[in-house]
Design a protein around this ligand. Structure first.
Ligand code: SIN
Ligand code: FE2
Length: 226
């Protein structure tokens, strides 16, 4: 898939085509980028595919090993789904709520994740897991590292939809100062390589109503888990 800006090429008064704009890519680490609006051209396919996944594996709130109920509600698709309960964080092949395999990862999810990774210079990204996070206003994600995967060779590709969020992009120790990166509907963050184990999190989502998604923020986190 090619990056397709919202307004591709505009004709000037003389009918000349302006040079195509390069993707808007903001570097936030040595191998970390924010791709502004990258998911927007895929939304027409992405949202119906999301609905199908959620029929089979509805959002649910999970409990951390420490016994806290997460404010974010979760679902997953792909071969492996990230889960947590009193016995720990892990990936499972079956949805613990239904006992059924997690829903297949829709092609449009895979294509988008692959293209975003490529735009951040990570080629051949083939995620086997997509965690789907739902934040309502007030929900947050504390600083953490993504460390339950079998290998850290592949990047993380994280898609934001709906209400805006303030993403915290930290260092390699929890106490390192974090950058604050505002994320909007359609933005994608990719981090990997030397940045793969950076701490990251999301500040509490502010009240608001998104024209397409209503009172929520949806995040897809694509990973190679197995
Ligand atoms: C996560 O780290 O699992 C989620 C990040 C986000 O919601 O942007
Ligand atoms: Fe994470």
């Amino acid at each position: 898939m090619r990056y397709d800006p919202m307004t591709p090429s505009t004709l000037d008064l003389f009918g000349n085509t302006e040079p195509e704009q390069p993707p808007k890519r903001e570097q936030i680490g040595e191998q970390s980028y924010v791709l502004r609006g990258f998911a927007l051209p895929s939304l027409d396919r992405l949202l119906p595919a999301l609905e199908d996944v959620l029929v089979a594996a509805p959002f649910r709130q999970m409990v951390t090993p420490g016994g806290f109920t997460m404010s974010v509600a979760l679902s997953s698709c792909g071969t492996l789904g990230w889960t947590t309960d009193r016995s720990g964080y892990r990936y499972t092949r079956a949805d613990p709520q239904t006992g059924q395999p997690w829903p297949d990862m829709p092609d449009v999810f895979l294509e988008l994740a692959h293209a975003a990774a490529e735009a951040a210079e990570f080629n051949d990204f083939m995620p086997d897991s997509c965690l789907i996070n739902r934040y309502v206003p007030g929900a947050k994600m504390s600083l953490h590292q993504d460390k339950n995967e079998g290998s850290y060779a592949a990047p993380i590709v994280s898609v934001s939809l709906g209400l805006p969020a303030m993403f915290l992009f930290g260092g390699f120790a929890r106490s390192d100062k974090s950058q604050r990166v505002p994320l909007f509907h359609g933005d994608i963050v990719v981090w990997g390589g030397v940045d793969r184990l950076r701490f990251h999190g999301v500040l509490p989502i502010k009240e608001g109503l998104h024209p397409q998604l209503g009172e929520q923020r949806i995040n897809f986190t694509f990973r190679v888990a197995g």
